[in-house]
Design a protein around this ligand. Structure first.
Ligand code: ZN
Length: 310
């Protein structure tokens, strides 16, 4: 990102001891109330931050204010590995051009990705198209700094963002089931801890960051812990049946599945298993494509190697 754009954001808030005019004034007043608004141009575009004149043709704007965001999309970004004193954050962050949903323009702001090591590289999940939301200060004064920074959309799972979080999870699960419908097991590698999460959820449960790097895993794994069930289950071959946490080879988290092909009292922690798939012509977008996991002829994995996954 050009440095010209960076200086723009620094001078935009400015302190505003002078009159800001009705358009910017409205924008800042709404900001103080925790809302992002843009102004509609005569041509129908929504400008954020608003200006009194349409930069495209110099015509006055309509004066119709439109609430936008709060969620937005990163259009471009520039990583700041060593923030200066004058920067809004005291740890590595990105300057990002963010287009709030419903706006036709983007605003420049700091994007906090939870990176604390000075000099660190940008996290791999920082990408154009990333969904972010503003983090408002509790005490607001009517300045662009009322937004402390933007943060990745899915890392906040408190009530107001719950819906978006589920949508993200839904997309990842959709993709996972698409893989399953082709006989492939897909996971996401976390850009922070490097672990592969399967089935992928769109975020790392350990780090709370969004995940998108797809990794295909084999259908073999290790039983980390299990339960013997004596109540009939429509998915199970017979009673008693075994449900187990299975750590697929290469995965960083175990997944829950049935284990069959062995008497329930012979299932053990560390046992090596492989997925038993239904016939291909019965495959759909469902986990039922994998009937269960069955033991394979490999030595058990020592408990020490799986103790962190039980
Ligand atoms: Zn992680």
């Amino acid at each position: 990102m050009p440095s010209e754009a960076q200086s723009h954001v620094l001078e935009f808030p400015g302190g505003y001891t002078r009159s800001v005019g009705p358009v910017i004034g409205r924008f800042l007043s709404e900001l103080r109330d925790g809302r992002l608004v843009g102004v509609r141009t005569a041509g129908g575009r929504v400008l954020v931050p608003p200006s009194e004149y349409d930069p495209a043709n110099g015509e006055p704007v309509t004066g119709e204010f439109v609430e936008v965001g709060p969620i937005g999309t990163v259009q471009t970004w520039s990583w700041v590995p060593r923030p200066l004193k004058s920067h809004p954050l005291d740890r590595p962050f990105a300057w990002a051009l963010i287009r709030p949903d419903g706006a036709d323009t983007a605003l420049l702001h700091a994007l906090d990705l939870g990176v604390f090591d000075e000099g660190a590289d940008p996290p791999r999940f920082l990408k154009t198209g990333m969904r972010v939301r503003p983090k408002y200060r509790v005490e607001r004064t009517g300045a662009i700094g009322d937004i402390e920074c933007f943060v990745p959309e899915v890392t906040m799972i408190n009530a107001p963002t719950r819906l978006e979080y589920r949508l993200q999870g839904g997309r990842a699960l959709d993709r996972f089931l698409e893989g399953i419908s082709e006989g492939r097991i897909l996971g996401h590698r976390c850009g922070v801890c490097g672990e592969v999460i399967v089935p992928m959820k769109g975020l790392c449960p350990r780090d709370g960051v969004p995940t998108s790097e797809e990794v295909e895993l084999p259908d073999t794994g290790t039983v980390t812990t299990f339960a013997v069930n004596n109540l009939p289950d429509p998915r199970a071959p017979e009673v008693p049946f075994v449900s187990a946490y299975i750590l697929l080879d290469g995965a960083g988290l175990p997944m829950l599945a049935l284990v069959a092909g062995i008497p329930a009292d012979q299932v053990r922690m560390g046992m090596r298993v492989k997925a038993v798939w239904r016939p291909e012509n019965e495959w759909g977008r469902t986990m039922a494509n994998i009937r269960w996991f069955a033991p394979i002829e490999e030595p058990d994995v020592p408990f020490d190697a799986i103790k962190d996954y039980v």
